[in-house]
Design a protein. Structure first.
Ligand code: NAD
Length: 369
């Protein structure tokens, strides 16, 4: 089959190349066993790009990211680059990439895999079967709105200002992504804000309601962010898709993530606006960082990276069946008791990064047989 799916791989720093190696294994498996091939371009980002080019994201790499169908990124950063000028730091390259691609919708699933239900800090019956998705607005709100400053006060001391601004258009586009996603799942969407005390919350609720009129088949529920935090730890299974702003999304999605057990298991997708053909710019990456403490030791858990690849198949390439296969293979290897260090439990079998990746492709073989 012709390789018409253009993919840019940016392994990055620390454990990034190790976990990306396991994605390559799956991509090769798909080529051989599913006859699906990708045009894969490789490039540098983060500290490794800085070492090679003096900047953590070159214009050439950015141009490639803008031209492909999807970008897969490992992780960036590490102590080696702690003293590099701020604008060239590894993290600056990733922020620039997200900004230039205008990735305004961040999708973070919180799914409890049966074999790991007892690894959550909550009781097993509360999280068992949990399968929800956060859609966080990623480019506006309190992290970006101006003014944003710290200034000296005439009488001494200082004053710090962060500003929360949202326009109708910004809320509308992220809500549409969430409604569409809810339509592909169980048809239920919670819109979360603080309309009781924030003007942006009032507008958010009004726009979410208006967008909802275009999706009459979706049940839309409104919830205050503080109540949402409480409900997430009280009865998380009441949620399916949650859409919220940048600040609330940052906090609430981390909270939901921990319901599932481990950082090494969490994938994410960041999506931009759809063009005329419906294609969205998209970046897929694990939630975890570059884990410099274990880099090079083959201890990294590659499953968040592999699940990010599954998200890419689902959302950029409309390959839900292949995405399901990878997710099922991951669940099966965990069900067989294989564990990397970060998710190790009594009585389980310790495996390295590549052994885990190999086990996933072995499982894919069985599932696809
Ligand atoms: P981290 O996520 O890298 O690591 C936190 C802890 O989790 C560490 O003990 C690490 O060993 C462990 N861990 C993380 N991912 C793992 C995996 N896949 N398998 C097994 N264990 C895993 O966060 P940190 O230590 O705060 O940051 C380290 C570096 O990563 C910093 O330079 C930071 O800026 C960067 N960072 C990058 C991203 C990104 O690229 N998106 C995100 C967060 C942090």
């Amino acid at each position: 089959m012709a390789a018409n799916k253009k993919l840019l791989m940016l392994p990055g720093d620390g454990i990034g190349p190790e976990v990306m190696g396991e994605v390559r294994r799956v991509i090769e498996w798909m080529d051989c066993r599913r006859h699906v091939s990708f045009d894969v371009i490789d490039d540098l980002v983060g500290g490794t790009a800085y070492d090679a080019h003096g900047t953590s994201l070159t214009d050439e790499t950015l141009a490639k990211a803008m031209s492909v169908d999807a970008v897969l990124l490992g992780a960036v950063g590490g102590p080696k680059w702690d003293n590099v000028e701020r604008q060239h730091r590894p993290e600056a390259g990733l922020l620039k990439l997200r900004k230039e691609m205008d990735l305004f919708a961040n999708l973070r699933p919180a799914t409890v895999i049966p074999a790991l239900a007892n690894a959550s800090s909550l009781k097993e019956h509360i999280v068992s079967g949990l399968d929800m998705m956060f859609v966080r607005e990623l480019t506006g709100g309190a992290y970006f709105s101006k003014p944003k400053l710290i200034e000296d006060l005439p009488g001494g001391g200082q004053r710090a200002v962060d500003t929360q601004v949202y326009s109708t258009a910004e809320i509308d586009r992220v809500c549409r992504v969430a409604f569409e996603l809810a339509g592909k799942r169980v048809g239920k969407l919670h819109s979360v804000e603080k309309a009781n005390v924030m003007e942006t919350g009032v507008l958010w609720r009004a726009v979410a309601t208006a967008v909802g009129e275009d999706y009459p088949e979706i049940e839309l529920l409104h919830m205050y962010a503080d109540n949402c935090a409480m409900q997430l730890v009280r009865e998380p299974k009441q949620f399916d898709v949650i859409v919220t702003d940048n600040l609330f999304g940052d906090i609430l999605s981390d909270c939901a993530a921990m319901l599932t057990g481990s950082l090494g298991m969490l994938p994410s997708a960041s999506l931009g606006a759809a063009d005329e053909s419906g294609r969205r710019k998209a970046l897929y990456e694990p939630v975890h960082g570059s884990a410099p403490d274990i880099a090079g030791e083959k201890k990294a858990n590659p499953l968040a990276m592999l699940l990010s690849c599954a998200m890419m198949l689902r959302y950029s390439f409309d390959m839900a069946e292949d995405a399901d296969l990878i997710e099922q293979a991951v669940a099966n290897v965990l069900g067989q008791g294989l564990r990397t260090d970060d998710i190790m439990q009594d009585g389980m079998t310790a495996v390295s990064t590549d052994q885990m990746g190999e086990a996933v492709t072995d499982e894919l073989d069985k599932l696809a047989a």
